[in-house]
Design a protein around this ligand. Structure first.
Ligand code: GLN
Length: 538
C-alpha cells in the first residue's frame, strides 16, 4: 500500500507548498520510489476552469482534460509524472458530488453532514485511482486556520487513523520571519500555527520553516521544543536564487532522508542532483540575454502565465541564454506605440486568452512581427489572432474576425458547427461554461517539409488543448496562396492545429498549449526553437 504524505501550510499562504511537495517528489523518485502528487483546494468553485487568471493564476490542463490548479504544473515539471483529473479536487467538487448523491436518495434518508459525509468523500479522493505508488503526496491548499480548509484537515486526521499513523506523515510548512529593526528571527508564528494544527488533532512530524536567512540552531531547538518535533525534522528552506535550486536545497537539509527514516525505508539508490545543478548553473551564470515580449490580457499577475514563463525559461536553458520576459498589457497597447515598445524585443509571443478585450492590440503586434520578420509564436488565442491579422492585411478581408467576440464580421475563427455544415460534426454547446471546450491531449499530424515537422522531429505529436473556437478551414486555400502554410491538422484532417509563414524566419501559431508539457529537464522543442530564433534575431 502507498504511504501518504500530507503537506499543510501555516502563518501565510504562498510560502511554496507546491514547490516543496514537488521537490520532495523528485528526491524520493530519484531514490527509486514511485510517487504521485495531489492537490486539495478549499475553494467552492467546482474546478478552476472558470476562475479568472487575475485572481487565481493560470489554469493548468492535464492530458486527460482536467482544468486544474497551477500547482499541478509544478508537480509535473519537477517530478516528470503527468498529472491526471483524479489529482485535483476542490471543496466545490466534493459538495457537488455529495449533494448529487443526496438528491438521488443514496444516503437512504440519513442527515447529510460535514462529518462523516464530506470528510468521507475527501478520504475517497485521497485514495482513488492509485496504481502501485510508494508515496502519495497530498498538498492541502490555503493555510491551517482558514474556515474553508477545516474539513480537509479533519479528513486527513481521520485518514491517518484509518490507515495507521505509521503509513501517514504530516509536513507543516510555515514562515519564520526575520525582523530587520531588531535583527531577530521569530519562531512565534510557527509555534502558533502548529498549536492551531494540534488543536484539530494533528501533530506535525516534520516542520519546514521558510525563512529569508538561515535559522540558527538555537531557534530550531526552540521550534523543536515548543512544537514537539524532533530537531532533525525541523527543516529550513531559505529563499533560493532560482526555483531549480529547490531540490538541491531540500536534499542538503535531508528532507527526503527524514521522510524515509520516518517510514523506516531505505534509499534504493543515491539521489541524482546533477541535472538540477547543471540548469541552476546555466540560469545563474549565463550572461547573454534575449528579450521576449508576452503580449496578453493578464500580464499584471505573475502567475497568470506560469507554465508559459517556465517553458520560455526552459527554452533559454537549452540555448544557454537568459530569457527576459517583457510583459505587455494588450489592452493598453496603443498601435502607434508598438514600434517603440517592441524596439528591443527579439521574439513576440501572444498567449492563450478569452474575450474581446485587448484583441486589437494583439493583432497590431502580430502585424508588426510579420512585417518586421521578428520571431513570433502564437499560442491558442495567439494563433487565432494571427489568422485574423493575415486575413485582414494579406487577404484583404477587412471584416475578418472571430465569432467569439464579433457576431457581425466574417468568422475566420468560429465554433466548429458554425463553419462545418455536414450536420455531423458538432461539439457540445452546453450553456454551462465549464463543459464545452476541446480539453486535454489530442493528436496532430505534421505536414512533410514543414518547419514544425523539423522542430519536433516527428510526424505525429500529442499536445494539450483548451479552447472552444477553431480556425475556419473554408479560407485555407486563400491563406496558403499568400504564404501561410497550414502545417498541422487533427488526424481526421478537419481541424487546423498549426500554421506557419513561408517568407518569415520564424512565425508559428499553434492551436494547443505546448507550455504545459515543457519541463526544465526536458525543454519543449517548440520553445527551444523559438528562443534559438529570437537569439539569432539580434
Ligand atoms: N478563446 C479562444 C477559444 O476559446 C482561445 C482559448 C485559449 O487561448 N486557450 O477558442
Amino acid at each position: 500500500m502507498a504511504r501518504f504524505i500530507f503537506v499543510t501550510g501555516g502563518v501565510v499562504s504562498s510560502l511554496g507548498k507546491g514547490l516543496s511537495s514537488a521537490s520532495l517528489a523528485y528526491l524520493l523518485q530519484s531514490r527509486g520510489y514511485k510517487v504521485r502528487l495531489r492537490k486539495l483546494d478549499p475553494y467552492l468553485n467546482v474546478d478552476p476552469g472558470t476562475m479568472s487568471p487575475f485572481q487565481h493564476g493560470e489554469v493548468f490542463v492535464t492530458n486527460d482534460g482536467a482544468e486544474t490548479d497551477l500547482d499541478l504544473g509544478h508537480y509535473e515539471r519537477f517530478s516528470g509524472v503527468s498529472a491526471k483529473k483524479s489529482d485535483n479536487i476542490t471543496t466545490g467538487k466534493i459538495y457537488n458530488d455529495v449533494l448529487k448523491k443526496e438528491r438521488k436518495g443514496e444516503y437512504l434518508g440519513k442527515t447529510v453532514q460535514v462529518i462523516p459525509h464530506i470528510t468521507d468523500r475527501i478520504k475517497e479522493f485521497i485514495k482513488n485511482d492509485s496504481s502501485k505508488e510508494d508515496f502519495v503526496i497530498c498538498e492541502i491548499g490555503g493555510i491551517v486556520g482558514d474556515i474553508e480548509s477545516l474539513p480537509f484537515v479533519e479528513a486527513i486526521r481521520q485518514f491517518a487513523n484509518d490507515i495507521g499513523k505509521k503509513n501517514t506523515l504530516f509536513i507543516h510548512l510555515t514562515l519564520v520571519p526575520y525582523l530587520k529593526s531588531s535583527d531577530e528571527i521569530k519562531t512565534k508564528p510557527t509555534q502558533h500555527s502548529v498549536k492551531e494544527l494540534r488543536s484539530i488533532g494533528i501533530q506535525p512530524d516534520i516542520i519546514i520553516c521558510r525563512s529569508e536567512r538561515p535559522i540558527p540552531l538555537e531557534h530550531r531547538k526552540k521550534i523543536s521544543l515548543f512544537c514537539n518535533v524532533d530537531i532533525k525534522n525541523v527543516i529550513e528552506t531559505v529563499d533560493v536564487r532560482t526555483i531549480y535550486e529547490a531540490p538541491i536545497s531540500f536534499y542538503r537539509e535531508k528532507l527526503d532522508v527524514q521522510v524515509l527514516n520516518y517510514f523506516k525505508l531505505k534509499s534504493k539508490r543515491p539521489v541524482n542532483l546533477n541535472p538540477w545543478k547543471k540548469i541552476t548553473k546555466i540560469i545563474l551564470q549565463t550572461k547573454k540575454q534575449v528579450n521576449i515580449a508576452i503580449i496578453g490580457k493578464y500580464v499584471e499577475l505573475k502567475d497568470a502565465y506560469k507554465s508559459l514563463d517556465e517553458a520560455l525559461t526552459h527554452g533559454g536553458i537549452e540555448n544557454k541564454v537568459k530569457v527576459n520576459l517583457v510583459r505587455i498589457d494588450s489592452e493598453k497597447l496603443k498601435i502607434s506605440e508598438i514600434p517603440i515598445k517592441l524596439k528591443d524585443i527579439s521574439g513576440i509571443l501572444i498567449p492563450g486568452g478569452f474575450g474581446k478585450r485587448g484583441t486589437e492590440g494583439k493583432i497590431a503586434a502580430i502585424k508588426y512581427a510579420r512585417n518586421n520578420k521578428i520571431p513570433f509564436l502564437g499560442i491558442c488565442y495567439g494563433m487565432q489572432m494571427a489568422i485574423i491579422e493575415f486575413a485582414r492585411n494579406k487577404l484583404n478581408i477587412k471584416k475578418a474576425t472571430s465569432s467569439e467576440f464579433d457576431k457581425k464580421g466574417l468568422p475566420v475563427i468560429g465554433l466548429i458547427n458554425e463553419w462545418i455544415k455536414d450536420g455531423k460534426t458538432v461539439r457540445g454547446t452546453d450553456k454551462n461554461l465549464g463543459g464545452t471546450m476541446r480539453l486535454g491531449s489530442y493528436e496532430a499530424k505534421l505536414k512533410e517539409n514543414s518547419m514544425i515537422r523539423k522542430i519536433y522531429g516527428k510526424k505525429v505529436i500529442n499536445e494539450r488543448h483548451r479552447h472552444r473556437y477553431e480556425v475556419n478551414t473554408n479560407y485555407k486555400d486563400k491563406f496558403e496562396k499568400k504564404g501561410m502554410n497550414f502545417s498541422g491538422f487533427s488526424p481526421d484532417g478537419l481541424l487546423p492545429e498549426i500554421i506557419e509563414l513561408k517568407n518569415h524566419p520564424w512565425f508559428i501559431g499553434v492551436q494547443f498549449h505546448p507550455e504545459f508539457k515543457s519541463r526544465p529537464l526536458a525543454p519543449h522543442p517548440l520553445f527551444s526553437s523559438f528562443i534559438k530564433a529570437s537569439k539569432n534575431h539580434k
